[in-house]
Design a protein around this ligand. Structure first.
Ligand SMILES: Cc1ncc(COP(=O)(O)O)c(C=O)c1O
Length: 423
């Protein structure tokens, strides 16, 4: 075998082994089920199917149509959505399509600011800027780690945005969608809810239900708490369906990723069967981790509100040299997390923010429960508070992880870390 290919295969094997021995706690990731992995590796990944079901610009799409139609049908059922588009290739792509569908250049967008948890695609330097939107941020209450609903209503009536944008990357508590609906109607604004992080919790009915609370459009990645292949979907009301579809194709996607659509359809089916149990355990685990870390003396945000209602918790580690140092020490102990801006941080200085963000959705899928969360909290305490050598803690992290190698909450459970052999 060519030596560079051999090198790549070796690196991929080592990566797989590293994750098999690690505790992955990045809140935006997940692992797919064995069935989904097979579909993602199928011939579908080589093909083109520009257009919509039954109206393609390429031949050979007979079975692709069946797959995409099934994905749409399952998503409509799971999310009780009037209309679904499964073609965006990422969450940012879905947001960009929503902006193109609902605004003109120069219109006003009202999202969360990035240090308050807003995603870069809601900001001038990403998708919102590409659509040339002006931005006025939602008022935020740092204590509650949530939008201030009263101030929000006043601001909507005052500045009359074209889109009120909910959803976040640091997303601990449900957003005030219901509270915004009347004000949005009064000024002719649409409500877009970016469910990238919480799509799986919404599917499992353990978070808010943005469509019923008044969102016109819901965008979301399909690979965070929703444990599918990387990609995104858009759920919306019928009255904006044509604009959304046109903004996806031909607006912002040419060929969507057909192997991921097949994997998405299978994940939707698995979430219909197992999503409630999975989402319930995920939220219970996040709360348990928050409580256990708080008891170690760490400054876990929002103790008085139970730390979180989602899959994430946030810790202010400024007194332990900040998020960059802590995340890097945790990595040495095989605990994979990310440094994170907190509301009091400077957005122009993202390299050493005060926070770390921890997500439990992937560990939950590997059948970890409250007891394991307590064990992980003790590892984190040893690294961060006790300043024990991370390499010593790593041994215990590996022992814990070796007991959790099988993907749960899916049909045909199987190994999370298999690697096909090549000769
Ligand atoms: C709130 C939010 N929206 C959108 C995205 C972008 O999703 P993707 O990485 O699928 O483009 C993210 C990514 O983490 C996010 O947190």
């Amino acid at each position: 075998m060519d030596s560079e290919i051999g090198h790549i295969i070796n690196a991929a094997k080592l990566h797989t082994k590293l994750y098999g021995d690690s505790l992955p706690m990045i809140a935006s990731e997940n692992i797919t089920s064995p069935i989904v992995r097979r579909l993602v590796a199928s011939d579908l990944g080589h093909r083109y199917a520009e257009g919509r079901v039954g109206h393609r610009y390429y031949q050979g799409c007979k079975y692709i149509d069946q797959i995409e139609e099934t994905a749409i049908k399952l998503a409509k059922r799971l999310f009780e959505a009037e209309h679904v588009n499964v073609q965006p290739t990422s969450g940012v792509n879905a947001n960009l399509a929503a902006f193109f569908a609902l605004t003109d250049p120069g219109d006003l967008l009202m999202p969360l600011d990035v240090p308050h948890g807003g995603h870069i695609s809601h900001a001038r330097y990403s998708a919102a800027g590409i659509r040339e939107l002006k931005i006025e941020c939602l008022p935020f209450n740092n204590e509650e780690m949530n939008i201030d609903a009263d101030l929000m209503v006043k601001k909507i009536l005052d500045i009359k945005p074209k889109i009120v944008m909910f959803g976040a990357s640091l997303f601990l508590f449900p957003h005030p969608v219901k509270e915004a609906r009347q004000a949005a109607d009064d000024v002719g604004a649409k409500i877009v809810y970016d469910a990238a992080h919480v799509l799986g919790l919404i599917a499992g009915k353990q978070f808010q239900d943005p469509l019923r609370e008044g969102a016109d459009v819901v965008t979301g990645s399909t690979h965070k708490t929703f444990p599918g292949p990387q990609g995104a979907l858009i759920l919306c009301k019928s009255d904006v369906a044509d604009e959304i579809d046109d903004a996806v194709f031909p607006g912002t996607v040419s060929n969507h990723h057909l192997h991921h659509i097949a994997g998405l359809a299978a994940t939707l089916s698995e979430m219909i069967a197992f999503g409630e149990d999975y989402a319930r355990q995920t939220v219970a685990n996040a709360k348990a981790l928050g409580q256990a870390l708080y008891e170690t003396g760490l400054d876990v945000l929002c103790e008085k509100n139970g730390f979180t209602e989602s899959h994430q918790i946030a810790i202010d580690v400024s007194k332990y040299k900040g998020g960059a140092k802590v995340a890097s020490n945790l990595e040495r102990a095989n605990i994979i997390a990310n440094k994170n801006l907190l509301p009091w941080d400077d957005v122009n200085n993202p390299d050493n923010p005060s926070g770390v963000r921890l997500g439990v959705q992937e560990l939950t899928r590997l059948d970890m429960k409250e007891l394991e969360m307590e064990e992980i909290a003790s590892f984190i305490k040893r690294v961060v508070v006790d300043e024990e050598k991370p390499e010593k803690v790593k041994k215990d992290a590996i022992l814990l992880k070796r007991r959790h190698q099988i993907v749960h909450y899916c049909f045909n459970r199987g190994s999370a870390y298999g690697f096909p052999e090549y000769r």
